[in-house]
Design a protein around this ligand. Structure first.
Ligand code: AMP
Length: 117
């Protein structure tokens, strides 16, 4: 069996990380190296390495990730049109993926440049 990802260890409560949100499919916690005043990671309990590795059976998990992101944004009060937030998924090394366990970055709390770097 392959070694657990750092996110799997957080989900299994082997590494402490206060949860901002959790449900049947996902957990969310603050990024350890925040790139904005609000930087939350939404992570499925199921280990899917990246979007490109998701399968048809993962449909419910993928939908739950976006619903969880919306719930986190509402909970943190950044879901208005004025404040806003950005969701990002880094798929592969060129895109900045460092943890091979699918996750959505939720960034907010400052104006965010477009296009991203
Ligand atoms: P990515 O580069 O898209 O794979 O995102 C991985 C993210 O995980 C990075 O933004 C890291 O700062 C974050 N990260 C790594 N270890 C931890 C940890 N123990 N707790 C919270 N965030 C972490």
């Amino acid at each position: 069996m392959s070694e657990k990802t750092i996110f799997q260890k957080i989900i299994d409560r082997e590494i402490p990380a206060p949860l901002v949100y959790e449900d049947e499919f996902c957990v969310a916690f603050n990024d350890i190296s925040p790139q904005a005043p609000i930087h939350v990671l939404i992570v499925p309990r199921k280990v899917i390495p990246r979007v490109g590795a998701a399968e048809q059976d993962d449909q419910a998990t993928l939908g739950a990730l976006l619903l969880a992101a919306g719930a986190v944004a509402r909970k943190l009060g950044v879901d208005s049109r004025e404040k806003g937030f950005r969701l990002a998924i880094n798929n592969g090394v060129d895109a900045g993926e460092t943890v091979p366990h699918l996750h959505v970055h939720l960034l907010a709390g400052r104006p965010l440049d477009w296009p991203p770097g």
